[in-house]
Design a protein around this ligand. Sequence first.
Ligand code: NAP
Length: 263
Amino acid sequence: MDLGITGRAALVTGADSGIGLATARHLLAEGARVVLTDLDAGRLADAAAGLGGEHTTIAADLTVPDDVGRLLEEARAAYGDPEILVHCAGITGPQGPFHELDDDAWRTTLDVNLFSAVRVVRGVVGAMREAGWGRIVLVASEDGVQPYVDELPYCASKAGVLSLTKGLSKAYGPDGVLVNAVSPAFVETPMTDAMMEARAQERGTDVDEAVESFLDEERPLMALKRRGRPDEVAAVAAFLCSERASFVNGSSYRVDSGSVATI
Ligand code: NAP
């Protein structure tokens, strides 16, 4: 399927690994011109080295407003105003029982996962409205609708992302700017690698056993009984960025093999 986005200027955050890198790869394969951004310039350059197509990298910390301003300036200088934004930057943040998590745990998680989305969208949406065409995809999580008690800051941040998605879709859909979310579960990326390594260490097992026990005990509704691949999330994100998704607005696409219990 031709996604109809050849030549479109795209900005992908969280792009040096996992879902962000896979999404950048999909958009490039569709002919978009892609700015990849992430925290570390070196890791970003290494990740982008294997990519084809027209792309550039700009390192920025999305929790720092001046960095976001510089990122957008440099992105505009590279390919013009972003017409597509896929916001993948995120952290698991501090985990543990609610009563043991302090304000900093909440602040850090909300700042990266929710407020960075606010900052980046605010920076790109004006030009999209003026152009009468834009696509914004925010990466939420199954946790946004199905909270797990040991990671409530993360869950609340992702519920915020879903609410932001819906609100933005109402505000800017009339201008031709379509805003949607993808909500993955347990995808094989550095984020869940770190979780599984910690679990393996706690249990005195290896990572494969940690994954298996996590699926059995913590994600029993994931019917495919495996971790997702970044590519499987990226395919949905790329579709939502496309001309083919011209009547899709305000939705959250679950890419979770059935993990969320509700219909
Ligand atoms: P990932 O590979 O760790 O990607 C997240 C990226 O965000 C990392 O490259 C990270 O940089 C970057 N980042 C963190 N803080 C940042 C900041 N302040 N400014 C700019 N970039 C920052 O993990 P992933 O799984 O692909 O995650 C992508 C998105 O999917 C996240 O929003 C995550 O919550 C969501 N998600 C993932 C899963 C899953 O199972 N993997 C499930 C549901 C939702 P560093 O690596 O340098 O810290």
